[in-house]
Design a protein around this ligand. Structure first.
Ligand code: ATP
Ligand SMILES: O=C(O)[C@@H](O)C(=O)CO
Length: 419
């Protein structure tokens, strides 16, 4: 294994796995920290954690344990993947985890670059944009778990870290890999360890990737990985053999706990197309009034693609959180989706489309999946996945909240079936 990656949620990890796979690496996504060694054919291993919204001390402990395992697999370079909208709170977890990984590796010049231009996330003068809006006006200010109220990533990160935060601005980035490498050395000489790097396009990310060749640790969204496979290829370290992903033909279901704007549009499109949809309210989830087996029976009885969702608009989310408490309602809904996932698979569903990072983590953990093979891309940042199971393989799409076009659910259902 050459590239050792730690993702702070499950959808983000599949986004990163997709990028590395498209750039020609043989990738496996691990669900949590594996207890056995990796297949020696794997060139990039992505350990998916559910550490984005947990206490910082727990996120650090899990990330360091993942780092140990990746180290033991022989990795030469390590990548900490977080969200392209920098989802975190002033207490963490991005800064504390990046600091802990850097301490453990003795790493300096640690790049911080959430940019993902393919999904509309760009970083300019240290400020993060989603399409044409600054992060704090993009809808992310309403996120149920980590409302993002500051687009200045340098300022926001400085609240999470004891390290000095540096910056390589676009004026340097546009001049290519050698200038970027010099700028990182300049920031390092000024004692900045975490260095925010601007990026507006895939070309910028390729140049940044080239400048990062040989550095032990980098952090960012999936975009920061774009230029890395080329560094390994230049040294003749890649086999050039792709994976062996195949679709499955069983029935499909959509599970959505994501309250992001793109997911709510996808739900509206699904309903407008007259496809079956079943809403689970926060009140019913908290009261334990939903029977997963009954919901699964409803889903399996549908002819068209069924959708089971708790997704709600910001006003309803806020009301539910005020009534029940934010963590309690999230925990109840995630536990319910884990149980529904078990019930739908037991009922014979073989293709699962899951919307939302926390929701995906709950579903994958609920199903006890340990590793996922990476298949074709469904939409930018969202690949098809396949999990081996003794009782029959399943295919999955783990969609980040704000990814995918309006008809993502139907498109994913087709791709998961394969050729
Ligand atoms: N109706 C609701 N009321 C309150 N909270 C909800 C409701 N529905 C879902 N949630 C919670 O909101 C959170 C949504 O997070 P999740 O990561 O699944 O989606 P997302 O933030 O859109 O996705 P991503 O992190 O990939 O961008 C989950 O913890 C979920 O349990
Ligand atoms: O980077 C992103 O936007 C996604 O991969 C993600 O992490 C959303 O949960």
């Amino acid at each position: 294994m050459l590239s050792g990656c730690i993702g702070d949620d499950f959808t983000g990890s599949s986004d990163l796995a997709n990028t590395l796979s498209k750039q020609g690496m043989r990738v496996t996504q691990y669900c949590g920290i594996p207890t056995t060694n990796a297949d020696p054919a794997v060139e990039a291993g992505v350990v998916a954690l559910k550490s984005r919204s947990i206490p910082a001390a727990d996120a650090i402990a899990q990330s360091l344990a993942a780092l140990d395992w990746l180290h033991a697999q022989g990795c030469q370079q390590f990548l900490f993947k977080y969200c392209s909208t920098f989802d975190s709170t002033p207490d963490g977890n991005i800064g504390p985890v990046a600091d802990a990984l850097a301490d453990s590796l003795g790493a300096r010049k640690v790049v911080v670059c959430p940019a993902f231009p393919g999904a509309g996330r760009t970083l300019y003068q240290g400020h993060l944009f989603v399409q044409d809006r600054p992060l704090n006006e993009s809808g992310m200010e309403h996120h149920p778990l980590n409302p993002m109220n500051d687009s200045d990533i340098r300022r926001f990160l400085a609240r999470q870290t004891t390290s000095r935060v540096g910056h390589v601005a676009f004026a340097d980035v546009r001049r290519g890999a050698a200038v970027i490498a010099d700028a990182l050395t300049r920031e390092d000489a000024m004692d900045a360890r975490l260095i925010v790097v601007d990026a507006l396009s895939d070309d910028d990310l390729m140049a940044i990737g080239e400048a990062l060749d040989g550095l032990p640790l980098l952090t960012g969204g999936s975009g920061i990985a774009m230029g890395l496979p080329r560094n390994f290829r230049r040294k003749g370290l890649l086999s050039g053999q792709g994976g062996t992903w195949q679709g499955v033909s069983g029935k499909a279901v959509v599970l959505s706990g994501s309250c992001s704007a793109a997911t709510r549009d996808q739900i509206a499109q699904h309903r407008d197309a007259g496809r079956p949809a079943r809403e689970i309210t926060a009140d019913d989830a908290v009261a334990g009034q939903v029977d997963p087996a009954e919901v699964a029976a409803w889903a399996i009885a549908q002819d068209a693609l069924p959708l089971i969702y708790s997704s709600a608009d910001p006003a309803r989310v806020k009301a539910a959180q005020q009534t029940h408490g934010r963590d309690r309602v999230a925990a109840a809904i995630e536990a319910l989706f884990a149980n529904i996932a078990r019930a739908v698979v037991a009922a014979g569903m073989a293709r699962l489309i899951v919307a939302g990072g926390e929701t995906s983590g709950a579903v994958v953990e609920g199903l006890g999946l340990t590793a996922l093979d990476i298949g074709p891309e469904i939409a930018p940042g969202a690949p098809a996945l396949r999990a081996s199971r003794p009782t029959g393989d399943i295919t999955l799409a783990l969609k980040s909240g704000n990814f995918g076009g309006p008809d993502f659910f139907a498109e994913a259902s087709t791709v998961l079936r394969g050729a």
